[in-house]
Design a protein around this ligand. Sequence first.
Ligand code: FAD
Length: 381
Amino acid sequence: MQDDEAFRREIRDWLAANLTDDVRGAGGPGRENEAFPQRLAFARRLAAAGWTTLAWPVAHGGRGASLTQQVIFHEEYAKAAAPSRVDHIGTTMVGPTLMDHGTPAQQRRFLPALAAVDELWCQGYSEPGAGSDLAGVTTRARLDGDHWVLTGQKVWTSLAHVADWCFVLARTEPVPDGGPRHRGLSYLLVPMRQPGVTVRPIRQLTGDSEFNEVFFDDARTEAGLVVGRPGDGWKVAMATLAYERGAATVGQQIGFQRDLDDLVALARRTGAATDPLLRERLTRAWIDLTVLRSHTLRSLSAPQPPPGNPSVVKLLWTRWRQGLGELAMDVLATGGDDRDAERWHRLFLFSRADTVYGGSNEIQRGIIAERVLGLPRQARR
Ligand SMILES: Cc1cc2nc3c(=O)[nH]c(=O)nc-3n(C[C@H](O)[C@H](O)[C@H](O)COP(=O)(O)OP(=O)(O)OC[C@H]3O[C@@H](n4cnc5c(N)ncnc54)[C@H](O)[C@@H]3O)c2cc1C
């Protein structure tokens, strides 16, 4: 195994040689459409150098990097202001799902294209009547010869407008009489570029459209493109969600630190830094971020993460970032130019979504209440 400091030098050198101004600092939550073609080209360069599959096992064409090296990669990537990744849904969610639950044929078909960022993916879980209550999905799929035929609607599907494939949670068997609703759902891999799929962008508060409505009208996918057993897709769908974060959280927090540093710089320029209340809030934001980073590093290095940890981390970072957006609005009220206004308004507006996606804060608190504190289960519909 390569020495960690040598590994750090390797990624630093690679970024110094390959990171170009057209993608530096581009993309991220609320800015997913920014410099998209350039970021895609950059992701392919990263892939060709083996960085996109750093965490994948060697047996699947990855580099099998240790957790420490994954953390180092994300630290260096974020410190260099390398662009937000366009391939994250594929390489961090679909790839690991196929390695653990896919057939050898599915792995051969999809893993090389995922690793090379030749195909982009989106996540087709949420529907107008099924978000937090995901087992309520009503998109249906039925077998017709050697194809699944899908009808239904997904919503809030991030990056569906650029995706080649979607992993879809669909009902393939009726809800068992009196049985749990998550039975009878299947996890299907569906090509997006076909006549039966319509993608309609949703305009967000920021004015941008990063997510979409997706309509399936007799859309088709091959019979063999079900992951796990038909009717047993819930287990696979939950596994995909569990792969979502990990070491990348460290890079995300370095981005938060940059936002805070920039806000402090703005406060100095506008004079907000001399306002006793704003000074106190800026200082508190720094302390809270320090605690969040320490907690993240400690829990990543622990042999067993603390109970309920993904929910705790989600609650901490979403509260922090929304707080930063609110603080930025108060600093901006003391001055700043149009560029400052654009940047901080966007952060403020987009951060309102942080407490919704990836499991809302109410759902995270429910998980902690039931699974950590052992409180009685909430009544379910
Ligand atoms: C920016 C963004 C990107 C997204 N990207 C994707 C994507 O790519 N693919 C995808 O499938 N989905 C995506 N989503 C959807 C996201 O997963 C859902 O919005 C989320 O699961 C909440 O579901 P909902 O919007 O239907 O709200 P609902 O589930 O209807 O919830 C409405 C409100 O009720 C509360 N609530 C619901 N149930 C409970 C409960 N049991 N206890 C207490 N409170 C409760 C919620 O916390 C929330 O405040 C995205 C959402 C956003 C905002």
